[in-house]
Design a protein around this ligand. Structure first.
Ligand code: ZN
Length: 237
């Protein structure tokens, strides 16, 4: 007997899983390209089971990210590679120069002039620096507009580099947004910012919290699914 369930994590992430009840005494987890499969003893209640799964959430998330089939090929840092910016493709152009220069962006191209264009590590470093700079400008503007709409004081914004989280908010009212999100379409970035802003009012994932998210972002359920689907691609670099 197998059924699809959804594990809700404290940070709002939802992980779908297949549950198979078995005659066994322990809970077993299996992660494959098709996702998480849980083998559980017949007697374990659903809430006990989900508590056990939540305690292993970090491991589950890490494994899901690691599954090769979910991950696109690693980024090839070469001329004409395709990057993504706000959901749009951007072509990476590389050319040799007497010294490493600041990247130039325009007409759907990010142009890097480097001493050694075959140095993939140097290309990656320059691109990430550029993304982080743009991310801070872009997220700051969205945060300003959305915090005004919610009627809260503008929180402090930091970039994060987390592997499995898109945003976080702490009790000091500091908001962290993953710079990789700049690759995603604007409505997804807006949703993540709305989610963290809503935590300034409700530091939990209660119904009250989701009502605030919904007031700022009525389509948050659909967008969250979209983000989950997009996540492996956003971790390409
Ligand atoms: Zn949250």
């Amino acid at each position: 007997m197998s059924a699809t369930h959804t594990l809700a994590l404290p940070d709002g992430e939802q992980i779908p899983y297949q549950l198979e009840r078995r005659s066994r005494s322990t809970i077993g987890l299996k992660i494959s390209a098709s996702g998480l499969v849980v083998h559980a003893p017949k007697r374990v209640s659903q809430s006990m089971l989900e508590n056990a799964l939540r305690s292993k959430a970090d491991w589950i998330r890490k494994k899901l990210l690691q599954i090769g089939d979910l991950l696109p090929a690693p980024m090839a840092w070469e001329d004409n590679a395709t990057l993504h910016l706000l959901g749009n493709p951007v072509i990476l152009r590389l050319s040799s120069s007497d010294r490493n220069r600041q990247p130039e962006f325009g007409l759907g191209m990010l142009h890097l002039r480097l001493v050694d264009v075959t140095d993939a590590g140097a290309v990656e470093k320059k691109v990430i620096q550029w993304y982080r700079k743009q991310a801070l400008l872009d997220f700051a503007r969205r945060l300003e507009l959305l915090s005004a709409r919610l009627g809260v004081a503008l929180p402090k914004l930091y970039l994060s580099n987390a592997q499995s989280r898109w945003g976080s908010c702490n009790s000091k009212k500091e908001i962290r947004i993953n710079w990789r999100l700049l690759q995603a379409p604007p409505h997804i970035i807006n949703y993540v910012i709305c989610h963290e802003l809503a935590h300034l009012k409700e530091m939990n994932h209660s119904a009250k919290f989701w009502a605030i998210v919904e007031s700022l972002c009525p389509e948050y359920r659909r967008i969250e699914k979209e983000l989950r689907h997009l996540s492996p691609r956003l971790h390409q670099f």
